[in-house]
Write a protein that binds this ligand. Structure first.
Ligand code: MN
Ligand code: MN
Length: 473
C-alpha cells in the first residue's frame, strides 16, 4: 500500500507538473538562456541552406578538435571525429569508453527547411508586362500564400559547364538586391482570390519571382530575359544551360530577431529544424569523455520524406558506424554494425507545434505543447490512428524522462494536434527500422514552416541541455 502524508503532498506528488519553465528562473539562469539565444540567432542568420549549415557545423567541429573520421586511427575514449556526406549531411562523434557495438547515444536533426526552389529552367520573360521572372517549385510543406510579398534571397550551387562549382548568395549582404513573389492588390483580388480557398490563394505556378525590368539593348526577342542572363554571365560566367545543373533556393532574407517586449521569443526562418541542429551541435561539442559513444547526426531531405542519398534512409549512418567501430578496435563486421545500431538510444530532434492562442481548436489542450514549457517529448507522430509513426516504447519513454528529470530539464509531453486533425512524420520511423530505441524531442514553434517561425528562448536553451544530458548518459 502507498500512502500520502498530507493534502499538500498529494497535490505535489500526484499531479504532473505543467507550468511555464520561466517561473522560478533567476537572473543568472536567465542570462545563460538569453546568451545562448544570441549564438543561435547568429547560426540561423549564417546558415540559410543545408549546404551552408553543414559548412558551419564543419567549421565549429574543426575548431573544437573534431578530426575527419577517414584520417583517424586508433581512436581512444574522448576522441572527436566527424564525417560529411555530399556536403549536405554531417555526423559528429565523441568516442566513449564502452565499445561502439554496445550501442551509441545519438541525437539526430535535419538541416533542410521548407523553401522555394528555382526550376531547372527558371528564367523567363513576360513580354506583355516587360518583366523578367524566375519559375519556382516549392520544397516541403509550405502554405504558399505565406511566401509572397516577402523579401527573398537566392542561395545555392551552380555547376558550370567547365565543372567549376559556383556558390551563389544574393540578397543577404547590405546593399544587395532582393527578390520577391508579387501578390494581387486587394482592389482587384475580390473575384479571383476571394473565391479561392485560403490554401489556393496563391497557386504553385503563380509563385513567380521578380528578377528584372530593364531590356538589354539590341534587337533581341526577349530583351528582359537577355538582360538577366547577361548579368549572370558577367558576374559568374553562368549561361542558361548551367542552371540545369544547379540547386538554387529562395529563402526569406529576414534577420533573426527577438520577439516580444520581454524578448522571450526568437523569430527567424529555418528554426525547423535548425533549432535542433544548433542545440545538438552545441551539446556534442560540450561533451568530454562519455561512457557510451555519442553521435550527433545532421540529415537533409526530411521535409520531403527523408528520401535520397542525403536523407535519413540512406546508407550513410551504417557506413559511419562501421568506420567508427573499426577505428575504435571493433571488427566493423555486418553483425557488429547491426548490434551497434540495435543497442543505440536515440533522440530524433525535431520541433513540435506550440499551441497557437488564436487557433486552439486544432489542439487537444491536455496533450498540446506550450511555448516556454521546455523540451517536448512526442511518443508518436503519424496520422490517422498513429499511421506511419515510430511509437516509442514505455520503457524508452521512462528512460528519457528519467534522464531529463535527473538533470532538472523542464519538459512536456505532447502530440501534434487533435486526433485526426492532421499529423506529421520525422526521421524517427526510418531510424527505428535499425531496431534502435528512438523518440522525438524538440522545442515547440509557432508558425512552423512559415518564413518567420517563432520559438521560446527557454525551450531552445533546455533543448540544448536535454541533448547534452542524453548524449552523456
Ligand atoms: Mn522538422
Ligand atoms: Mn518540418
Amino acid at each position: 500500500m502507498f500512502s500520502l502524508a498530507s493534502k499538500k503532498s498529494a497535490k505535489n506528488k500526484l499531479l504532473l507538473k505543467t507550468e511555464s519553465a520561466w517561473k522560478g528562473v533567476g537572473d543568472a539562469e536567465r542570462k545563460k538562456i538569453f546568451d545562448f539565444a544570441e549564438g543561435y540567432k547568429l547560426f540561423l542568420d549564417k546558415g540559410k541552406t543545408e549546404r551552408e549549415v553543414i559548412t558551419l557545423i564543419k567549421r565549429k567541429a574543426e575548431e573544437l578538435g573534431f578530426v575527419p573520421l577517414e584520417k583517424a586511427r586508433n581512436l581512444k575514449p574522448g576522441d572527436r571525429v566527424y564525417a560529411i556526406n555530399k556536403e549536405k549531411v554531417a555526423a559528429l562523434a565523441v568516442v566513449g569508453s564502452e565499445p561502439v557495438e554496445s550501442g551509441v547515444n545519438m541525437v539526430t536533426s535535419h538541416t533542410d527547411c521548407p523553401r522555394v526552389d528555382l526550376k531547372q529552367r527558371p528564367v523567363y520573360e513576360d513580354s506583355e508586362t516587360d518583366l523578367a521572372l524566375f519559375k519556382t517549385h516549392y520544397y516541403g510543406g509550405v502554405k504558399k500564400y505565406q511566401w509572397v510579398v516577402v523579401p527573398l534571397a537566392v542561395h545555392g550551387r551552380v555547376m558550370r559547364a567547365d565543372g567549376e562549382p559556383i556558390d551563389v548568395s544574393i540578397g543577404e549582404a547590405d546593399g544587395d538586391p532582393v527578390f520577391m513573389i508579387p501578390d494581387l492588390l486587394p482592389h482587384l483580388a475580390k473575384r479571383l482570390q476571394g473565391e479561392r480557398k485560403l490554401f489556393e490563394g496563391i497557386k504553385g505556378e503563380e509563385m513567380n519571382v521578380l528578377i528584372g525590368g530593364i531590356p538589354l539593348k539590341g534587337d533581341s526577342k526577349a530583351p528582359f530575359k537577355m538582360m538577366v542572363l547577361d548579368i549572370l554571365y558577367k558576374k559568374y560566367g553562368i549561361v542558361e544551360e548551367d542552371l540545369i545543373s544547379a540547386e538554387l533556393e529562395l529563402v526569406p532574407n529576414l534577420r533573426p530577431r527577438d520577439v516580444g517586449l520581454d524578448r522571450s521569443m526568437i523569430g527567424a526562418y529555418g528554426q525547423d529544424d535548425r533549432a535542433c541542429v544548433y542545440t545538438s551541435l552545441s551539446a556534442i561539442c560540450g561533451l568530454k569523455k562519455p561512457k557510451r559513444t555519442a553521435i550527433a547526426l545532421f540529415f537533409d531531405k526530411e521535409e520531403i520524406g527523408s528520401v535520397g542519398a542525403t536523407g535519413a534512409q540512406s546508407a550513410f549512418l551504417e557506413l559511419f558506424v562501421c568506420e567508427l567501430d573499426k577505428k575504435t578496435g571493433g571488427g566493423g563486421s555486418y553483425a557488429s554494425i547491426k548490434r551497434a545500431l540495435s543497442n543505440t538510444r536515440a533522440i530524433s530532434g525535431d520541433v513540435d507545434a506550440g499551441m497557437d492562442p488564436s487557433f486552439k481548436d486544432v489542439h487537444e489542450t491536455l496533450n498540446a505543447a506550450r511555448m516556454g514549457r521546455g523540451i517536448v517529448i512526442s511518443k508518436f507522430g503519424g496520422a490517422g490512428g498513429k499511421g506511419g509513426s515510430s511509437d516509442a516504447s514505455a520503457e524508452f519513454m521512462h528512460y528519457v524522462r528519467t534522464v531529463f528529470n535527473r538533470n532538472k530539464i523542464p519538459w512536456q509531453s505532447a502530440e501534434l494536434g487533435k486526433v485526426d486533425e492532421g499529423g506529421g512524420g520525422t526521421v524517427a520511423r526510418f531510424l527505428a527500422s535499425h531496431n534502435m530505441e528512438i523518440v522525438d524531442c524538440g522545442p515547440a514553434l509557432l508558425s512552423m514552416h512559415s518564413p518567420f517561425e517563432v520559438s521560446s528562448k527557454i525551450d531552445i536553451y533546455y533543448t540544448y541541455r536535454a541533448f547534452l544530458a542524453f548524449m552523456g548518459a
